[in-house]
Write a protein that binds this ligand. Sequence first.
Ligand SMILES: Cc1cc2nc3c(=O)[nH]c(=O)nc-3n(C[C@H](O)[C@H](O)[C@H](O)COP(=O)(O)OP(=O)(O)OC[C@H]3O[C@@H](n4cnc5c(N)ncnc54)[C@H](O)[C@@H]3O)c2cc1C
Length: 387
Amino acid sequence: LSSHGQIDVVIVGGGPAGTTTAIALAKAAPSASIALLEKAHFPRDKYCAGGLGGRGEKILLSLQAMPDVPSVPLTGISFRAQPGERAENLGTIGRVVRRKEFDHALVQIARQRGVRVVEGAQVESLQDATVVTSASEFHARVVVGADGVGSVVRRAMGLGHGLWRAQVLEVDTEPVAEDRDRATIHFDLSDRTLNGYFWDFPTRFDDADLMCRGIYHVKMDDTPVDLSARLGERLTTMGLDLARYKNKRFSERGFEADLRLATSRWMLVGEAAGIDPLTGEGIAQAIEYGAMAGPFIARVLTGDASLKSWTDEVRRSRLGRDLRVRTRMLREIFGPHRDQAERFLLSGNGAPLRTGIRHFAAEPHPPADLALSALRAGVHFLRSAAG
Ligand SMILES: Cc1cc2nc3c(=O)[nH]c(=O)nc-3n(C[C@H](O)[C@H](O)[C@H](O)COP(=O)(O)OP(=O)(O)OC[C@H]3O[C@@H](n4cnc5c(N)ncnc54)[C@H](O)[C@@H]3O)c2cc1C
């Protein structure tokens, strides 16, 4: 094995969590040596619908790191559940990107900021300060696990797969007549046997307007769910045949509030740590982890923080609070009071849905919508407590 000398920080994984960590760290500690190890060669694909809320985009803009890649701009979200359907259109709220180009562009930005990116470097094991790939060894003061759902760093920390695991299957098809307009992403929660939903997101491939359609299901008990059969049935109602398209199947990991996210040498960010289990949204979360991790690691390198305090840093942050609330909502929405929860989301003349959309977009909330959503939420929780 060839050995690379001492490096300040080794980041494992070149998805949005790893690249944002690298970019934010290069800004906060310009003299730090940073290596980013990625098992694939860019441009590489990542199974993902590519829905990026304004929140993630704003963080990247603040780091002057928003990639200029083809995308479909979004202005609205539509939501279907058993009690009905509602759509809200609020102006620019985010975009749909293709991960192949988006992740590649972020890696190039990281390189321009002085990060040493090593492609084709699959990390196989970790021993304290040593990170071992098939060809080399890297010695680091800090190792960041940004290696996604199958994280090797997480495994080395002795943490399991996680409590909130979701199974996901997606396909890219041609549009059909009943699709919403191309600036709207659609969620369909009307199948109550799913702890999750179907989605239809606009996307573009090779200059063709396509739709990314998928199924998301969080495992909350032992009841088996056949994702292919379910998605196949839904596509059939649209006149589409699942077997005609490339089936892209993957899993996701939700955040767990009580989990230890760091040791004295290693720390986790992005999906290796855990993302939103309620919707499976993870790109903006990965970016937010990275933007926090950069300045935090800079403090660790100067001795002003201990790496172990990363767990508390995440818990106290906006992201940590947000992920805790979403985990609680998961049990509420897919639990015994689902009917009431769906009614709540569709209620208040659309105020709860608009509040959710503005949260995704990181736009300010008009006080009237916020008050109405809070009132509706209060009524919902009292009813479900009474129920
Ligand atoms: C089908 C599907 C649809 C989704 N749709 C959306 C969506 O529309 N919007 C949204 O916000 N989120 C979506 N998500 C979730 C989102 O894709 C992830 O949460 C997000 O990519 C997490 O980013 P990350 O950087 O933490 O991990 P990843 O993007 O998974 O990046 C991890 C990187 O680490 C590399 N790696 C892994 N192991 C090693 C190793 N041992 N050595 C070196 N490198 C390694 C991988 O090759 C990869 O490049 C979707 C997920 C799925 C599965």
